[in-house]
Design a binder for this molecule. Structure first.
Ligand SMILES: NC(=O)c1ccc[n+]([C@@H]2O[C@H](COP(=O)([O-])OP(=O)(O)OC[C@H]3O[C@@H](n4cnc5c(N)ncnc54)[C@H](OP(=O)(O)O)[C@@H]3O)[C@@H](O)[C@H]2O)c1
Length: 467
């Protein structure tokens, strides 16, 4: 038997420390020996909840199955982990202090006979591991991370178009992930709105934010899907503070009605995630006479964000996250050609990329204008992620790139980070990929002229939604 015992003082209230530590899947963020961790049991964390934790060994790795043995809200968490080489009992106790929380971590290892002798020799190594784990947890909970400067790999990639584009693949994510900081921000008092949450990146982001405790309003257009989505996220995460609003976001009248309902509710919005999107081939128009990608990808987030501004301004420090696309790198803002009225000129990918470029321009404008309102506005692009949207709209692209496509969770990671991470609140007007600021232009020829930005706002303000 080997006993490890470490303590730390954390400058945060016990309920925040408890919320983070009791979800043992967070070990992935703070324990340097953990390669990956996930919650296996659906629902709120309770006695019997299981976690799979993969730990590095001097040679290879080992998978531990942890089960919650006892829970006393805000004061005590007991877990038992088992694997081929040992069993471990972890007891984490929390107590309030004048400045925050005292965290006490005790781990008792029972080694299987085959490894007991080796373990006896490596007592010092185990003690070091225990110290590093609790130090990592304390650092995660102190949550005092600066916005990171770009890595050497991304600095080099951004100088060249092809390596820059290669970072859209899962390679970019796996390189970026190595530098990710823990996210221990307390979200239970945060109200976040996610558009397009029924599928793909929106669903993945909403699920992860729900797991981290946020109160969610999910905007979807189909009642049946909306009910299914909310029920599933509640079931998996145990978070019950999730509701939905219905709106076809390609219709100005429905966006306006949504804004009116939200204003009537009067609840502050801490985070607005403009994610809903699609790529349309061939050219289509809405019942209101607008080209569909223009209506959904540009008019809708413009009207929604402008309309909800009073609710964003009434939150303490609100954030807007606009989901754009690497496709915008090929386009320059050209306001007269946004709707591509000429059918012969129309291409779904070009129309899509133009709206995303324009949304990036709006991101920078809002960031400047709303600085004094305490609202930050950033854009992210997810890289290439294997979502139903990509499967439907770009089947050939998907077939060719499938081995390098990101998972939906990997694609959604920076949405979650921009919404939830404390340090992400320090940025505004920037474009992110894999939690790093990236250039919003790869080519000088796509830079917008200031008068074109004014023209864009005038155009969007002039849209009424009636034919
Ligand atoms: N996946 C990628 O590699 C990638 C790359 C760059 C950018 N993006 C961007 O990421 C965002 C999410 O895309 P995704 O790949 O996750 O696509 P997805 O799986 O098709 O999800 C799109 C979501 O938007 C919703 N939506 C579409 N039209 C709508 C409308 N008229 N009104 C309300 N909601 C509507 C969809 O609802 P329904 O379920 O009802 O259809 C769905 O929830 C989009 O803005 C996309 O442009 C994705």
């Amino acid at each position: 038997m080997t006993v490890l015992h470490e303590s730390a003082d954390i400058d945060r209230p016990v309920e925040e420390v408890y919320a983070y530590v009791s979800d043992f899947a967070t070990t992935e963020e703070w324990d340097p020996t953990v390669l990956g961790a996930r919650k296996l049991t659906p629902g709120a964390i309770a006695v019997g909840t299981q976690f799979e934790v993969v730990c590095a060994l001097p040679v290879g790795s080992v998978t531990l199955l942890y089960t919650v043995q006892a829970l006393q809200e805000y004061t005590r968490i007991e877990l038992r982990g088992t694997c081929a080489f040992f069993d471990v009992e972890d007891v984490i106790t929390l107590s309030g202090t004048a400045t925050g929380t005292r965290l006490d971590y005790r781990a008792v290892f029972h080694f299987k006979p085959v490894v007991a002798t080796v373990a006896a020799f490596s007592q010092k190594g185990l003690e070091k591991m225990g110290r590093e784990s609790v130090a990592g947890l304390a650092e995660a909970l102190r949550d005092n991370f600066p916005l990171k400067a770009n890595s050497r790999a991304t600095r080099i990639a951004d100088k060249w178009v092809l390596p820059g584009v290669a970072m859209f693949s899962r390679l970019g994510y796996s390189l970026g992930r190595k530098r990710f900081n823990p996210m221990s921000a307390y979200l239970r008092n945060q109200h976040m709105m996610v558009t397009g949450a029924s599928s793909g990146l929106g669903y993945a982001a909403a699920s992860e934010l729900a797991r981290r405790g946020a109160q969610l309003t999910l905007v979807m257009r189909n009642r049946e899907k909306a009910e299914r989505t909310v029920a599933e996220i509640k079931r998996v995460t145990g978070n019950t503070a999730i509701r939905y609003e219905l709106a076809d976001l390609s219709l100005v009248s429905e966006v306006d009605a949504l804004v009116a309902r939200m204003k009537k509710r009067g609840e502050a919005i801490d985070v607005l995630i403009n994610n809903a999107g699609a790529l349309f081939n061939p050219r289509q128009e809405t019942a209101e006479g607008l080209e569909k990608s223009f209506a959904l990808l540009l008019v809708s987030p413009y009207r929604l964000t402008e309309g909800l501004k009073p609710l964003l301004a009434s939150a303490e420090c609100a954030r807007v996250v606009n989901v754009v696309s690497g496709g915008m790198y090929s386009q320059k803002l050209d306001v007269d050609r946004l709707q591509m009225p000429d059918d012969a000129e129309y291409s779904g990918s070009t129309a899509y990329a133009r709206q995303k470029r324009a949304l990036m321009v709006l991101t920078k404008l809002w960031a400047k204008q709303w600085r004094t309102d305490g609202i930050t506005v950033n854009a992210m692009h997810p890289g290439w992620a294997d979502t139903p949207g990509v499967q439907d709209a770009l089947p050939l692209f998907r077939k060719m790139t499938r081995p390098v496509l990101r998972s939906v969770e990997e694609g959604a990671d920076t949405i979650v980070w921009l919404a939830a991470a404390t340090e992400a609140g320090d940025a505004s007007g920037a474009l992110f990929l894999d939690r790093e600021i990236r250039p919003d232009h790869l080519l000088n020829s796509t830079r917008e002229a200031p008068q074109e930005c004014d023209k864009l706002v005038a155009l969007l303000n002039g849209i009424t939604g009636s034919r």
